[in-house]
Design a protein around this ligand. Structure first.
Ligand SMILES: [Zn+2]
Length: 302
């Protein structure tokens, strides 16, 4: 089931609840709720596995539902509903998103994904390419030749919300220009905000860009309702396997897309940005047992 709604002011809301009932008067129902911290300002699209609805009384998904009740709690503010629909045909997908263009994305992640016939995407910081710890131009071109996609992660990786609004554009345009000049045209207009950080000035500066990648977690559907704040699941050194397993299972059940963000793939180390290669291999192996497609951003948008 997919619910699409618009939130005007997130700070005034507390919770959204939807109930479905097979009887008049809602004496029994199946319920679902979403708290504020899982919503974003603007358009939201939330994929709910039908079996995760909570039964109240002797209600069952096998019954024919005759009424829907929507309740919004908070101190004010409005939620505008666009649609609730079920069985929309869509395929489950995963996009591996590697930010910053670290060398180990080429030396460690690439061989693991390649052995499964999978591809990834790399967010390149154009002024860091070929410097210590970062992949070289030749390595990025090789990834691209194997079907990987290189996307824009700015020229110098500043927190864009702290940059003079007049200079935000030079960060994203600078990277795009470098990418276009070096053969990475397919996703030079797809931008990952450094530190996942954006505000209205940043969104205004994205005029003419196709996608903006946030670090807020949840699933997506193509085409996305809020293309400039695409959601992502961030995987850190201490992320439990159960976190991505649950997200992958939810994507499979709802036919939605999970973007998985990783940074450095290394054999050891405790830095939060490091994810151990053996754990990454286990993640990829888990995916291989699922009915889910591994995609790049531009394939996914087609
Ligand atoms: Zn980054």
């Amino acid at each position: 089931m997919t619910i699409r709604f618009y939130v005007q002011d997130i700070t005034l809301l507390s919770k959204l609840e939807i109930r479905f009932s097979s009887v008049d008067g809602m004496t029994t129902h199946l319920g679902w709720s979403l708290s504020r911290w899982k919503m974003s300002r603007g358009w939201n699209e939330v994929m709910v596995p039908i079996k995760s609805l909570t039964a109240n009384g002797a209600e069952s998904i096998d019954n024919t539902m005759v009424s829907i009740q929507v309740s919004v709690t908070g101190t004010g503010g409005a939620i505008v509903f666009d649609s609730i629909y079920v069985n929309r045909p869509s395929k489950a997908a995963v996009i591996f998103r590697f930010d910053d263009g670290w060398t180990t994305q080429y030396t460690k992640a690439f061989p693991i994904l390649k052995s499964y016939g999978y591809v990834g995407t790399v967010g390149v910081i154009s002024n860091y390419v070929g410097t210590t710890g970062y992949a070289t131009l030749a390595q990025l071109l090789e990834l691209q030749s194997f079907g990987w996609e290189i996307f824009n992660h700015t020229a110098n990786h500043p927190d864009l919300t702290t940059v003079d609004p007049g200079l935000i554009r030079s960060e994203i345009d600078g990277c795009r220009q470098w990418m276009n000049q070096n053969g990475f045209r397919s996703a030079s207009d797809i931008v990952a905000y450094p530190y996942g950080s954006f505000n209205q000035d940043v969104l205004d500066a994205m005029q003419g860009y196709k996608l903006g990648l946030s670090t807020q977690a949840e699933l997506e559907l193509a085409p996305p309702v809020s293309p400039l704040t695409l959601k992502t699941l961030t995987i850190n050194n201490d992320t439990e396997n159960s976190v991505y397993e649950a997200a992958v299972n939810q994507a499979v059940e709802t036919g939605s897309t999970l973007i998985i963000l990783l940074h450095r793939i290394e054999d050891s180390g405790t830095d939060e940005m490091i994810y151990h290669a053996d754990k990454f291999a286990a993640m990829v192996d888990f995916l291989a047992g699922k009915s889910i497609e591994v995609s790049t951003f531009s394939e996914w948008l087609l």
